[in-house]
Design a protein around this ligand. Structure first.
Ligand code: AMP
Ligand code: MG
Length: 410
C-alpha cells in the first residue's frame, strides 16, 4: 500500500502536473470568465475626445466670472454630433452629456445653474466655474498605448467592457477547461425508479458537475459507468479525447470491485495516494494520454459523497483553476474563531470539518460545526459554507482560532 503523505505533498504533486491550457484568441464578449494569456494594450484613447460630463452650456470660464451673466446661445451639440463653431469668449453653446466640447470652450456649466431666457437665444448663468469643470479630457480613462491588463487577469464583466471601449476585439486567453465528470458503481440509480435491494440514488455527479462549473470550467456529463473494466476504459478514452481533464467518483479504494483503480492502473500514469486527512484519505491522480496526443489529468475522487466534495475542493479545484490560468488557484483562507470549539481525537490526520461561517459583530469570521461529520452524511455537509482545517490533536477550544477555507459567505 502507498505510504501516507500529507496534503501539501499531494497538492504539489497534482499542481505540478496541471499547467495552464494553451492560449487561444477569443472575441472579448466570449472571454468573460476566462483569464488573459497575454498583456492587453489600449488601442485607442478613452474617451476618444474631450466631452461634456453634464447637460448644460459650454463656455469660456473667464466670461462668467461675475454672475449672473447673460450670454448668447450660438449653437447646440448633442451626443453623437459635433460642431465646427469655434466658441468665442462671451458666448455659450448648449451641450448634452457625452457630446464633444466645442473648440474654444474650456468648461461646461450645468443646466441646473442656468436659466434659458425668453425666445431661447440667450441664457442666464447663475454661477462662476473654474476652467476644466465638467470637461472629460480625451484619454482621461485610458491612454492609447498603455498596458491595461497583464497575463493572469480574470476577464470580469467590467474588464470585458473596457476591452470593448478600447476596441480590443480579440484577446488571447486561456480557454475554459472542459472537464469530464463520471460516476462509477453498480449500486447507482439516477432515473427515479424504485430502488432494488442494494441500490442507492446517484448523487455525486450532480454535485461534481456543479462544483466544476462553480470553478469556472465547462462540465461534460458522462453519466454512470458500471463496475465493468471494458465499459469504463471506453468512457475514459473518449473523455480523454474530448476533454481537458477527467473527474471520476468512486472505485479508488481497496474494494474488490474498484474498477477505476484497475483500469486507470493499466491505461494511465497514476499515483494512488493515501493522504493524512479526514475525510477523503484515498485519492488518485494521474495523466491519461489521449488519442490526439495530449496528457489529460485524471482526478479519482472517493465515492463517499462528503469525501468526494472535500477532495474536489482540496485537490481538483485548485488544479482545474490553474489549468484555466488563474494565478492564485486556491480558495482564500481566513483565521476564524471556532465559537463552540471543534473537538476531535488525535489520529495523525488533519481533519477538514465542515462548518458554517459568518461575520460576527466584531467583524471577525466565526465558524460553527454543521453537525454530523460522517463521510456519508452529505445532508449535514450541504449546509456548510466553509471548511475548517483542524490540525492533529484534541481539536480547537471554544473561542479558539482555526484556519478556514471559505467556500462562500453570506
Ligand atoms: P466507492 O468509493 O466506490 O467504494 O464508494 C464508496 C461509497 O460511496 C459507497 O457507499 C458508494 O455506494 C457511495 N457512492 C459511490 N459513488 C456514489 C455516487 N455517485 N453517488 C452516491 N454515492 C456514491
Ligand atoms: Mg464503487
Amino acid at each position: 500500500m502507498a505510504p501516507v503523505i500529507d496534503i501539501t505533498e499531494a497538492r504539489t504533486h497534482v499542481l505540478d502536473r496541471c499547467p495552464p491550457l494553451a492560449p487561444r484568441d477569443l472575441p472579448f464578449r466570449q472571454a468573460i470568465g476566462t483569464v488573459l494569456a497575454a498583456p492587453v494594450h489600449a488601442l485607442e484613447d478613452v474617451p476618444p475626445f474631450a466631452n461634456s460630463a453634464v447637460d448644460g452650456y459650454a463656455v469660456v470660464a473667464s466670461s462668467i466670472a461675475s454672475p449672473p451673466t447673460e450670454l448668447p446661445v450660438v449653437g447646440e451639440v448633442a451626443a453623437g454630433a459635433s460642431t465646427d463653431r469655434v466658441l468665442q469668449p462671451g458666448e455659450a453653446i448648449r451641450i448634452m452629456t457625452g457630446a464633444p466640447v466645442p473648440s474654444g470652450a474650456d468648461a461646461v456649466v450645468m443646466v441646473e445653474d442656468t436659466e434659458r431666457l425668453e425666445g431661447g437665444d440667450r441664457v442666464r448663468i447663475h454661477r462662476s466655474i473654474e476652467p476644466g469643470v465638467a470637461v472629460r479630457a480625451a484619454g482621461d480613462d485610458v491612454r492609447v498605448g498603455t498596458e491595461l491588463y497583464g497575463p493572469g487577469t480574470l476577464v470580469t464583466p467590467a474588464v470585458a467592457a473596457v476591452l470593448a471601449s478600447v476596441n480590443a476585439a480579440v484577446v488571447s486567453v486561456v480557454p475554459k477547461v472542459r472537464v469530464a465528470v463520471l460516476s462509477t458503481g453498480d449500486e447507482l440509480v439516477d432515473d427515479g425508479r424504485p430502488l432494488a435491494p442494494g441500490q442507492i440514488r446517484e448523487s455525486n455527479r450532480t454535485m461534481l458537475v456543479g462544483l466544476v462549473r462553480d470553478a469556472g470550467c465547462e462540465a461534460v456529463d458522462y453519466g454512470i459507468v458500471r463496475d465493468d473494466e471494458a465499459a469504463l476504459e471506453a468512457v475514459l478514452r473518449s473523455a480523454a479525447a474530448e476533454c481537458d481533464a477527467i473527474v471520476t467518483s468512486g472505485g479508488v479504494s481497496m474494494g474488490d470491485y474498484d474498477v477505476v483503480k484497475a483500469v486507470l492502473s493499466q491505461i494511465a500514469d497514476m499515483r494512488w495516494m493515501q493522504i493524512a486527512i479526514k475525510p477523503a484519505k484515498p485519492f488518485a491522480f494521474g495523466l491519461l494520454s489521449s488519442a490526439n496526443g495530449r496528457q489529460v489529468p485524471v482526478f479519482g475522487l472517493p465515492g463517499n459523497p462528503v469525501s468526494s466534495l472535500v477532495s474536489f475542493e482540496l485537490l481538483a479545484r485548485p488544479a482545474l483553476r490553474q489549468m484555466a490560468g488563474v494565478l492564485h488557484p486556491q480558495r482564500p483562507t481566513v483565521q476564524a474563531v471556532a465559537v463552540d470549539g471543534l473537538p476531535r481525537r488525535p489520529d495523525g490526520k488533519i481533519h477538514y470539518m465542515r462548518v458554517f461561517a459568518e461575520f460576527g459583530d466584531d467583524g471577525r469570521v466565526q465558524v460553527r460545526s454543521i453537525g454530523a461529520q460522517g463521510s456519508h452524511q452529505l445532508a449535514a455537509t450541504s449546509m456548510a459554507n466553509a471548511i475548517a482545517e483542524v490540525p492533529d490533536g484534541d481539536g480547537v477550544e471554544p473561542g479558539g482560532p482555526v484556519r478556514t477555507l471559505l467556500l462562500w459567505v453570506a
